[in-house]
Ligand binder design. Sequence first.
Ligand code: GTP
Length: 417
Amino acid sequence: SPSLGPNAGVSSVIRKKLMGYVGFANLPNQVHRKSVRKGFQFTAMVVGESGLGKSTLINTLFNTTLYAPKEPLPPTAERPKTVAIESIDADIEENGVRLHLTVVDTPGFGDFVNNDDSWRPIVENIESRFDSYLEQENRVNRQKVVDNRVHACLYFIQPTGHSLKQIDIEFMRRLHTKVNLIPVIAKADTLTDEEIADFKNRILADIAHHHIHIFQAPTYDNEDEETIAEAEEIASKIPFAVVGSDKVVATPDGREVRGRSYPWGIIEVDNEEHCDFVKLRQMLVRTYMEELREYTNDVLYENWRTEKLLSMGVAQDSSVFKEINPAERMQEDRVLHEAKLAKMEAEMKMVFQQKVQEKEAKLKQSEEELYARHKEMKDALDKQRSDLEEKKRKIESGRPLTPEKSNTSKKNRFLRA
Ligand code: GTP
C-alpha cells in the first residue's frame, strides 16, 4: 500500500502488482495494427545547387523511379533540369506497410548571377504547408487531416572539398528553424576517402560556428546498447557522403548492383564501404522517420504556430483590430452605457430632492400663513365674544346703555308694553 510520507498528497502514482492478466500489455500491438491499416505519410524535400544529383538520389533512396522519364533518353541527351518546385506523390508498400511518400524537388540554385533570394520560394513552400495544416486543425471537422508538412530536408552540398559556401550558410540559416535539416555531400564519388573526412569536419565546424541546427538523432536513457551503438554510428556519418544512381551495373565478380561504373572500377550505392547512402536511408526511413515526423510536429510546427498566432495577437492590440473585435467592442459599449445610466440616475435623484425641498418649503410657508390667519381670526372672534359678553353682562345688570344702544332698549320696552 502507498506510504503516507510527506509527499503522499503530491505523488499520485501508486505502484501495484496485478493479480491477473488485464490486457493492456497488448496496447502496442493495437497501435501497430492501426498504424499499418492507416499507413504513413512522409514528406521529404531536396534542396541544393543545380546538378548535384538531387532527383537521382530520391530515386535511389526510395528504390523507385519517381522521376523516370516517360521516353528513354538518348545517350547524348542531357537529363532535364528541375525548373520549379515539384511535388511528387507515391504510394509505396513494403511487407504490407503502406507509405504515402511525397517528395518535394526544388530547382537547383546557383545558376543565376544574383542568387540572393533563391531561398525565398523554398521557405515559402515550407510555410505554406504549415499554413495548410493549421487551417485543417482549425476546421470544424478535423476527421481527415492531411499532413503535408516537410518532415525532412536533404541539403545537398557541392563536393568542393573546401568548406561551406556563403550561399549554403544562407540557405541553412533560413531553413533550420522550419525543417529537419539533413546535410549531405553530393556526388561523393568525386572525392577520396581522406578528402571526404576532412570536408566533413570543416562542414561540421561551419555549421557549429553559424549556430545552424541540423537534425540530431535523439537518444533515450532506457535504450539498449545495440540501439545506442546504431544511433552513434548514424550520427558519426553526418554529413552523409552520398552517391546516387538509379542504374544497375554488373560488377567484375558477376553481381548486379546499383552503382556507377568508372574506368577504374564500380562504385556501389548500397555498399557501406563505398559511401554513406545506406546510413542516410537508415536514418531517414528505417530508424528515425517517426522521430522526424514527431520533431516536425512537436517542435518546428509548434514554434511556427505559436509565432504566427502571437503575431496575430499583436495585431489585435492595434486600434485597427479593436474596431472590428466584436467581443471587446460590446464590453466597451456596455461599460459606457452603464456609466451613462448611473449619471442619469444621479441627476434624477438630485432634481427629485430639489423638487421635494421646494415643495416642503412651500408647504411650510402656507402652513405658517394658514396658522397666522387662523390666529388672527381666532383673536377677532375672541374679541367679538368678549365684547358680546360684556354687553350681555351690562344688559343683565340693568345699566343704562350707550345712546345708540338705548334706541334698542326703548324699542324693546315699547314692544314689552
Ligand atoms: P537540378 O534539377 O538542376 O537541380 O539537378 P539535380 O540536382 O536534380 O541533379 P540530377 O539528379 O538531375 O543529376 C545531375 C547529373 O548528375 C546527372 O547527369 C546525374 O547522372 C549525375 N549524378 C547524380 N548523382 C550523382 C552522383 O552521386 N555522382 C556523380 N558522379 N554523378 C551523379
